[in-house]
Design a protein around this ligand. Structure first.
Ligand code: MG
Length: 123
């Protein structure tokens, strides 16, 4: 990793090395990582617990709140990238494929300005 920002592959390597150096590969099984990602997602949600939209907007102007939010986002992403690494999934390819499906599933002419809820279908 050089002076510039790491690529996604470099981040995946960094996360893998972190686990290997601590002999944590033995614990980094996909199911355990998925549990951990979900727990971290809970920690992210906790930052929004009982907050109004206005509270959140104000929080996003607060450096401490933003730092805490960034930390939880990183925790979730680290576990998701670790799952990708262990499962041999290219996260960029997975997102590109999913977004192509989303474009087909939610055509602009049907969904513009409408929340993508299963209770908000047009049929
Ligand atoms: Mg956390």
């Amino acid at each position: 990793m050089g002076e510039s920002e790491p690529t996604l592959d470099e981040l995946i390597d960094l996360i893998r090395r972190f686990a290997q150096e601590r002999d944590w590969e033995q614990f980094n099984k996909p199911a355990a990582l998925a549990v951990s990602a979900s727990i971290e997602m809970g920690e992210l949600l906790e930052l929004f617990q009982w907050k109004t939209d206005e509270d959140v907007e104000n929080g996003l102007q607060d450096a401490d709140f933003k730092e805490a939010l960034a930390g939880e986002i990183a925790d979730v992403l680290v576990y998701l990238l670790r799952i990708c690494d262990k499962a041999g999934i290219d996260p960029v390819d997975a997102i590109v494929k999913k977004m192509k499906k989303n474009v087909e599933k939610y055509p602009v002419e049907n969904w513009k300005g409408r929340a993508p809820s299963k209770f908000n279908r047009s049929e």
